[in-house]
Design a protein around this ligand. Structure first.
Ligand code: ADP
Ligand code: MG
Length: 705
């Protein structure tokens, strides 16, 4: 049977079961083979009836001596069977399943599995799973006498039904599946072949079979994903044209001269990767990954100047209005003296100003437009857009990126408009604010080229991180107050403790009051920044903090502190256990930017459950290491901050358990595509089918058509 056959043509599946299976997203026989167990039960040990004990899950084989259907009070029915075997007796009872009377008959052999109740001498299986054995033997039994699969179910289907159907699918179709993985690859990675893996993942013979089989299928899933990414990339390269940007580099030189620092080797390296991409006639799609404070902004700025020098416009998308405003201010300062015009466009920009900006953009007078993602939606027309930077504050950015992707790929909104106008796609640079473990970035950003910035600017001292028990709060506050009087600045961060922003606000407001009441804070101005404030109000608070008029800032949300304030040297985080480690690291990156010592205090009781986890931050200053730990401890969904994080839905693969697989899968995918760039070679037909099967329809991004 062809694995692509609709499942209702499989023996034992009628229209009703077919429609139930559809709820499990099983439509074809292949889907059924890929409907993998969520667990396995070791029922290989059969217990003789006389040895059944109360309580535990047990499996037994017995003959039905007699059976009867009884009506109990309240309209309930009980179907009871008397059993004998191994020189002993027992019974089994099922409630409200009167139809069993037509199925279970005296003389049949049953395999039973479940809880046993013992009353005096009578042993009874209560509502057990059962299977009728054809000839009294357990050789062909699917539900006991072996390790049995446990499947994700939907109402109307039972484990037993699924086991029978999967068995049929394996018998009918699995033999016709050709292994998509080339034999050489399988040998190199010691992977079992596909039919073995499918057979043993459903029906393991030995306990270790299931793992080995599962790992092989997880590899298939990752490999197919990496191939899909590779094919999508290649297709994009061919389909889209970009403006090749080959400036002499004068503007860049001028900015470099004006900067108070020289680029690190790491920055030079990633910049050269970016500029090389931008010099090509196909659009750049690159992710710049670097730890907080590693200096990604100046790299982006130099790339923007490369575009500006040849008269090409850039768009810079920041995740929040505050960061957009900060960025615009910085560009003004850097680009203004070079005669390169930048502008800021926000959702709240007044209509008249907006009209003026639109006109200036369309006339090509503005070289760089800074804003939030909102600027992509408001009918902004560039005269010659060639470069889009997405500064994607990790966590918040993922959702926004997803939204962008829903409309098209990064910059594709702009790109589509440009293409419709007979123009070309912009080069696109995505910057992640927090390192993402390679496993995850390959899975999430596999369609992008990646530049890694692992080096920090010289002289940067990472903050001293300490866990502080609440009893030490008073001395800590005294110490902080002294520092503030000497001109330093401190953040007090309150996380989103409650779903409701109002409650958080109350917490933060009372924190402000508490600090004001505290004797050591006498005479120190304390500001409050929260998510419900209007834009201009926020700007004012941040400005006063920056100037030092208000040296102490209590804030509710994480986003708002994503600011670059060199004199901020102290941060206190309340309820740090509510944050992920990567977020805490991201927050920590906001202090100590001006060189010199800085301090992070995590208010965590030494007895609290999060204590050990928070120690990771004390131990590791490197964001990449923190991210690895964070992923390991919380899993990818939480790590990324939302279930809708843009990750593909895997059937087998698990980004924590399989953390080495994506890297290997990527290498193998590249090896395959190097020889067969479109995956059209006959020996790759099955592989192509797998890619199409797993990722073909899901997202435009993975389209491989
Ligand atoms: P991030 O990578 O987190 O976006 P930024 O680009 O905001 O980091 O840079 C952090 C700080 O480091 C900024 O104040 C910036 O001016 C400074 N900086 C960037 N590159 C260097 C360098 N090569 N030497 C010294 N300071 C640098
Ligand atoms: Mg940044």
């Amino acid at each position: 049977m062809d694995p692509n056959t609709q499942v209702q043509y499989l023996k034992g599946v009628g229209p009703r079961k077919a429609s139930l299976l559809k709820r499990l997203e099983v439509q074809t026989v292949r889907d059924l083979l890929w409907h993998l167990p969520r667990a396995w039960l070791d029922r290989s040990r059969l217990t003789p009836l006389p040895q059944l004990v109360p309580g535990a899950q047990q499996t037994a084989v017995a003959m039905v001596r007699s059976a009867r259907l009884r009506r109990a009070r309240g309209g309930m029915t009980i179907f009871e069977a008397d059993l004998e075997g191994d020189g002993g007796h027992a019974s089994a009872a099922w409630f409200n399943q009167p139809f069993l009377a037509d199925r279970i008959r005296p003389g049949q052999f049953l395999l039973l599995s479940g809880q046993v109740r013992v009353d005096q001498d009578a042993r009874q299986f209560t509502h057990p799973e059962y299977e009728i054995l054809a000839d009294g033997g357990t050789d062909d039994a699917l539900s006991g006498g072996r390790i049995v699969p446990v499947y994700p179910l939907t109402a109307g289907l039972t484990q037993r039904m699924l086991r029978v159907l999967v068995r049929a699918a394996l018998d009918e179709a699995a033999v016709h599946l050709r292994d998509p993985l080339p034999p050489a690859l399988r040998e190199r990675l010691c992977l079992p072949d596909l039919s073995w893996a499918l057979e043993r993942v459903h029906f393991p013979v030995a306990p270790e079979d299931a793992d080995k089989a599962r790992d092989r299928l997880a590899f298939d899933e990752f490999a197919a994903l990496q191939l899909a990414f590779g094919l999508a990339r290649r297709r994009r390269d061919r389909a889209e044209a970009a403006i090749p940007l080959c400036p002499a580099g004068l503007l860049q030189q001028q900015l470099r001269t004006a900067l108070p620092f020289a680029l690190t080797d790491g920055q030079e390296h990633v910049l050269s990767e970016i500029l090389a991409d931008m010099a090509r006639p196909g659009p750049m799609n690159r992710l710049l990954q670097g730890d907080v404070g590693s200096g990604k902004t100046v790299v982006a700025a130099l790339a923007i100047l490369a575009a500006a020098e040849v008269g090409v416009q850039s768009a810079y998308l920041a995740p929040t209005e505050i960061l957009a405003a900060q960025q615009a201010q910085l560009f003004e300062q850097w680009f203004g003296p070079l005669g390169v015009k930048s502008a800021l466009l926000l959702g709240r920009t007044p209509a008249a100003e907006r009209r003026r900006l639109h006109a200036a953009l369309a006339a090509g007078e503005i070289a760089v437009l800074v804003g939030t993602h909102a600027i992509l939606g408001v009918g902004v027309e560039f005269s010659r857009l060639g470069f889009v930077v997405v500064d994607e504050q990790h966590r918040f950015g993922v959702l926004q990126r997803q939204r962008l992707r829903d409309k098209g790929e990064h910059g594709a909104v702009v790109g589509e408009r440009a293409a419709a106008a007979g123009e070309v796609s912009p080069h696109c640079l995505v910057m992640s604010a927090t390192p993402i473990p390679r496993t995850l970035s390959l899975t999430l950003y596999g369609d992008l080229d990646v530049s890694l910035l692992r080096e920090m600017p010289a002289g940067r001292v990472s903050p001293i991180t300490r866990l502080v028990d609440d009893r030490r709060r008073a001395p800590m506050l005294r110490w902080i107050a002294d520092r503030l009087r000497e001109g330093e600045r401190a953040f007090f961060v309150h996380p989103l403790v409650e779903e409701s922003e109002l409650v958080d606000l109350r917490d933060a407001t009372s924190a402000v009051e508490e600090l004001k009441q505290h004797p050591s804070f006498a005479g120190i101005e304390i500001g409050l920044l929260h998510g419900r404030m209007k834009g201009p109000e926020k700007d004012l608070v941040v400005q006063r903090f920056r100037d030092g008029k208000v040296p102490c800032l209590v804030t509710t949300t994480v986003v708002e502190v994503g600011v670059d304030i060199p004199r901020a040297t102290i941060m206190v985080i309340e309820h740090p256990d509510r944050f992920g480690l990567s977020q805490l690291h991201q927050l920590r990156g906001r202090i100590g930017r001006g060189g010199g010592a800085s301090h992070l205090f995590l208010m965590a009781s030494a007895k609290g459950p999060a204590h050990a986890r928070l120690q990771v931050l004390v131990r590791h200053a490197d964001g990449f290491q923190v991210a690895e730990e964070d992923l390991r401890l919380r899993g990818p969904g939480e790590f990324l901050g939302t279930a809708q994080s843009g990750l593909p839905r895997f059937r087998v693969a698990d980004l924590v358990r399989d953390r080495d697989l994506p890297v290997r899968a990527r290498a193998e995918a590249e090896r395959i595509l190097a020889e067969d760039p479109d995956l059209t070679a006959p020996e790759h037909a099955e592989l192509r089918a797998l890619v199409q099967y797993l990722y073909g329809a899901r997202m435009r991004l993975y389209e491989v058509g």
